[in-house]
Design a protein around this ligand. Structure first.
Ligand SMILES: [Zn+2]
Length: 507
């Protein structure tokens, strides 16, 4: 109910500023341009990692999970949340837990109640600047943290990741991120296929010895710069078409070709990663492009079906897990064989148990308790009280007028979001005490607790039960052939080839 009334007011401003990220032309890096050196005998996990195509921790290929990293960018609205749900809403990872994803969140046009809901459900909320500007300064980057904390109830120490709007970053921006307490950035591109000489498809690495991606794209990085010890870079892994290294796609690849072709690109690229050193495969989305019913966006049914067909196929391979960037990084920092993956806390599905009807990011609880903040530029709902004015980089946490003699109380630093009652001003379960969580993690892989298979569900319409992986079915990954390709890499900016109805509205 809340989303319908709100959405109608958001259409024009949201599409009008819809971001187009990730356009590149030409190879993004080369070993010469990188000028990278790193000594793995001194740079060691968990807080230092060299840029390398080798599997972290020396784990064997067979014991290495194949991560399918799912990310969403820009404003959080009912449309975008539903779009991602159409891809993973019915799915489970091999331990029975719902897949999580990372949302690189801007403040403009975001409906904060959905941010709270996503976070409490276990997804990663990350920073994408407040107003989606290029080469943002500390006001835009830190202001995003302040607003997400104030109006979505996201604990500050839980916002650890950043993606630059338009993927346009700089050494100064990365330095700012470290100074602001971020753990990682994920704005760089791995643009050379994993099975090609000189590939830049590195596992996530720290910047103790500078960047090794995008060295041909930006002028103030690589050759040992910037040195940011302990700060991580998670490369975004490109998808390649039938031209191999000459045909590169990064975000929303489904905007670059017809469904049959894009499905083939994704399968081939995934297979190359899977059959090689299992560098992660990314589905990097602007979910608004596959939003159903959003004016100006073509009917996404065919695209959604194609993406689901891809994920179905991927999940039927052994050891495939759908993860957020944060989960990926948790494994990279402490790599374990896939049979032990469920020992990593963030991979488990402990859900908070809160029966009280408080405004806490659990939709069944907060129904009727949300504050409606009808700003003309971007009306939104929140559990935490409407500010007097919309948040801006100059004032990311405006004061809250007293309504009916009452304030809503913002999340304190010693209470978890799901247990905080912003109306009653009390924490139902203080950190450090025995907060109640219901762990539904269960070993449902075909090898039981070894969790070495996976896959349930497909499109939302299907109620498909668990699909076991038998290692030899006709759909198995070994049957996928990798197309050869030329050396040069070209990443097509999708601005020129996206859905026609949208393209006219995007700058
Ligand atoms: Zn963006």
């Amino acid at each position: 109910m809340r989303s319908l009334a709100l959405s109608a007011l958001l259409l024009t401003p949201f599409l009008g500023t819809l971001a187009q990220d990730g356009s590149l032309t030409g190879p993004a890096s080369s070993p010469e341009a990188a000028g990278y050196s790193c000594d793995p005998t001194t740079c060691k996990l968990p807080n230092c990692a060299c840029a390398s195509t080798n599997i972290p921790g020396g784990i064997s290929q067979n014991d290495t999970p194949m991560f399918l990293v799912l990310t969403a960018d820009d404003a959080v609205q009912s449309y975008t949340v539903n779009a991602i749900a159409s891809l993973i809403g019915q799915r489970k990872n091999p331990n029975g837990c719902s897949p999580k994803y990372s949302y690189y969140t801007q403040i403009s046009y975001t409906n904060f109640t959905f941010v709270t809901d996503l976070y409490v459900a276990g997804n990663e909320i990350a920073d994408h600047t407040m107003t989606h500007i290029e080469l943002a300064g500390s006001d835009e980057i830190n202001g995003n943290l302040v607003t997400l904390n104030a109006l979505a109830g996201i604990p500050l120490n839980e916002i650890i990741g950043f993606r630059a709007p338009y993927l346009n970053y700089s050494a100064a921006m990365l330095t700012q991120l470290q100074q602001s307490g971020f753990t990682y950035d994920t704005s760089s591109t791995a643009s050379i296929p994993v099975n090609q000489n000189g590939t830049d498809a590195y596992w996530p690495y720290t910047l103790d010895n500078g960047l090794a991606n995008d060295c041909l794209t930006f002028t103030d990085i690589c050759q040992g710069k910037p040195k940011l010890p302990g700060f991580w870079e998670i490369p975004m892994y490109a998808i390649f078409d039938e031209r191999g290294g000459a045909g590169t796609h990064l975000m929303d690849p489904w905007l670059d070709g017809n469904a049959t072709a894009v499905l083939s690109w994704m399968k081939n690229t995934f297979a190359a990663h899977y059959n090689g050193n299992r560098q992660p495969f990314g589905l990097y989305t602007h979910p608004i492009h596959i939003a159903t019913g959003y004016p100006g966006v073509a009917d996404p049914t065919t695209t959604i079906s194609m993406i689901n067909e891809f994920i179905d196929w991927a999940q039927q391979q052994s050891n495939v897990w759908i993860v957020s960037s944060r989960q990926l990084l948790d494994w990279v920092r402490n790599p374990v064989p896939v049979s032990q993956l469920n020992n990593i806390p963030s991979f488990q599905c402990a859900m908070p148990v809160v029966s009280e009807k408080i405004c806490n990011g659990i939709p069944a609880n907060e129904n009727g308790l949300l504050s409606s903040c009808p700003f003309s530029a971007f009306p939104f709902f929140t559990c935490y009280g409407c500010p007097a004015t919309p948040p801006t980089p100059a004032d990311p946490n405006p004061s809250q007028p007293v309504v009916s003699g009452r304030l809503r109380y913002r999340l304190p630093s010693d209470c978890q979001t799901a247990f905080w009652d912003p109306i009653g001003n009390k924490c139902l379960c203080q950190n450090g005490t025995s907060c109640q969580f219901n762990d539904t993690t269960r070993p449902i892989g075909p090898n039981g607790a070894n969790l070495t298979g996976g896959g349930t569900g497909s499109s939302p319409a299907a109620s498909q039960p668990y699909i076991p992986f038998n290692g030899g079915s006709s759909g198995a990954i070994a049957s996928v052939q990798i197309s050869g390709g030329a050396v040069a890499a070209v990443i097509f900016g999708f601005a020129g080839v996206i859905l026609g109805a949208v393209s006219t509205l995007i700058s």
